[in-house]
Design a protein around this ligand. Structure first.
Ligand SMILES: C[S@@+](CC[C@H](N)C(=O)[O-])C[C@H]1O[C@@H](n2cnc3c(N)ncnc32)[C@H](O)[C@@H]1O
Length: 210
């Protein structure tokens, strides 16, 4: 049986040990807006964003233990008190630990592409996932997706363009290869170094009446 390296950090939370619907204001010690990164990897993106936005609370989630450990070390090193690194599976965590309309932003950067055709059903972001995620975004909340994999980028771009409750922030484009000031992640840098382009897709959840 594979042993998990224990993570001892004031910024770490094991999702399975969290209460259902935890009180995030108590966890962070304030009522600042909640931002959620899914698949935070080594925590490079959340570290830049949390330093830029000290008045936002960041939940950085990954089910990869070593990534959570590296993310915690980075957050500690930089003294970022507005980040909590959660080890959990994204869909389980969303259902168990978040409240509807509680997220001001969701970021998903370079999720596993599952490149072979027969693997595509394993991709995280698809219609079912967007239907799950959508009510957890506050009206006006922003959803940003990036990928280094062309056909994942175009699939998510077309998928999002069909969502009634989301407005395209990059219109008239369905995707862009640049987003001003957007921090580069480890995977983005790796693929950019290979000459690949990153696909960015960005939407705002509209109010129910809109
Ligand atoms: C290809 S890596 C990208 C990491 C980082 N976002 C970056 O751009 O460098 C994808 C990450 O998503 C995590 N991941 C994939 N599916 C997940 C899921 N269902 N729940 C939580 N984390 C997941 C993986 O463990 C991995 O760390």
């Amino acid at each position: 049986m594979h042993q998990l390296i224990p993570i001892v950090s004031p910024f770490f939370l094991a999702g399975t040990e969290l209460d259902e619907q935890p009180d995030w204001a108590t966890i962070f010690g304030n009522h600042n807006p909640l931002v959620f990164e899914i698949g935070c990897g080594i925590g490079d993106f959340v570290a830049v964003m949390a330093a830029r936005h000290p008045d936002w609370n960041f939940i950085a989630l990954d089910f990869y233990n070593k990534g959570c450990l590296k993310s915690c070390r980075r957050v500690e090193r930089l003294g970022l008190t507005n980040v909590r690194v959660v080890r959990d599976e994204a869909r389980n965590f969303i259902r168990r630990c978040l409240q509807h309309a509680s997220l001001q932003a969701v970021f998903i950067n370079c999720p596993d592409p599952w490149p072979k055709r027969y693997q595509r059903k394993r991709r995280l972001v698809n219609q079912e996932f967007i239907a799950l995620l959508q009510p957890y975004l506050a009206p006006g909340g922003i959803f940003t997706f990036s990928t280094d994999f062309d056909d994942y980028g175009t699939d998510v771009a077309y998928l999002m363009s069909r969502q009634e409750r989301f407005a395209n922030l990059l219109a008239p484009d369905l995707w862009r290869h640049e987003l001003d000031g957007y921090p580069r992640t480890k995977y983005m840098l790796k693929f950019m170094a290979e000459g690949k382009q990153i696909f960015f897709v960005q939407y705002r959840r509209v109010t129910e009446e809109a």
